[in-house]
Ligand binder design. Structure first.
Ligand code: ZN
Length: 249
């Protein structure tokens, strides 16, 4: 409840990703944590990752439409496991092309969702151009959605903080862990969501190991009070905009 007695609107997170699996590997913990607090999480998935990230299905001889259907089903089950809603734009991947039309569709999403937090890909990824394309549209749409003068349905948005989730090749993508998020309490949920993605089974253990490594960094930065015996699982994020504060903490 707010001070005026009106029911408080639950906090809202918007996740904008290039491909069907991205939100699970890179931000599944953050999504599950927000959902576990009763917050709303909306995933805008620009493509199914049908060409970029579905090699197993292609090798099995499946056709394009069939692969899209497989990836949609996997991502919907993963999102439901994490507690998020997912919407697909079927914009076509490899290459995902940043267009004014697709950016405009994201403006509509921003204004409908009114996010308190935005999660998306970082600026660089020399191994996969779809990820930077999604980043550009996510940031551009956020700015347009803030502008009173930009036409479109819905109310303008505020200035939700943006967090970049970890790319697959962090050192090559200029990624530096600036925020370490403790996802220990939702780890089993994230692992179950990853296991919905049968097309990318080779990544299940990879992202489990990564969560362990980020957890070690979390503990190193948390100090001795956490206790060495505690097995912490974590996700790493970058912040492209300054954190605002009234005191340093
Ligand atoms: Zn991807």
């Amino acid at each position: 409840m707010t001070q005026s007695g009106a029911p408080a609107t639950p906090r809202s997170t918007l996740v904008i990703t290039a491909h069907a699996g991205d939100f699970v590997w890179r931000a599944g913990g953050a999504i599950a944590l927000a959902a576990s607090r009763g917050e709303k999480v909306s995933v805008a998935c620009l493509t199914f990752g049908e060409r970029a990230e579905s090699a197993k299905a292609w090798r099995e001889g499946r056709q394009l439409d069939e692969i899209k259907a497989i990836r949609r089903d996997e991502a919907e089950r993963a999102a439901a496991t994490l507690g998020a809603e997912v919407r697909f734009f079927d914009a076509g991947d490899y290459p995902l092309v940043a267009t004014a039309e697709l950016t405009d569709q994201l403006v509509v999403v921003y204004r409908a969702v009114q996010p308190d937090v935005v999660l998306t890909h970082p600026v660089e990824d020399p191994y996969n151009g779809d990820h930077p394309a999604a980043n550009r549209m996510a940031l551009e749409a956020r700015i347009l959605a803030q502008a009173v003068g930009y036409p479109g349905e819905g109310e303008i948005i505020g200035a939700p903080p943006v967090f970049y989730f970890e790319p697959h090749q962090p050192e090559m993508s200029g990624f530096r862990p600036e925020v370490l998020l403790d996802i220990t309490e939702v780890w089993e949920t994230k692992r179950k969501a990853m296991e919905c993605l049968g097309a990318q089974q080779h990544l299940w253990d990879y992202y489990t190991d990564l969560a362990v490594r980020r957890g070690v960094q979390f503990k190193r930065n948390a100090g001795p009070n956490l206790g060495l015996a505690h097995k912490t699982m974590a996700e790493a994020y970058m912040r492209p905009f300054p954190q605002i504060a009234k005191e340093l903490a």
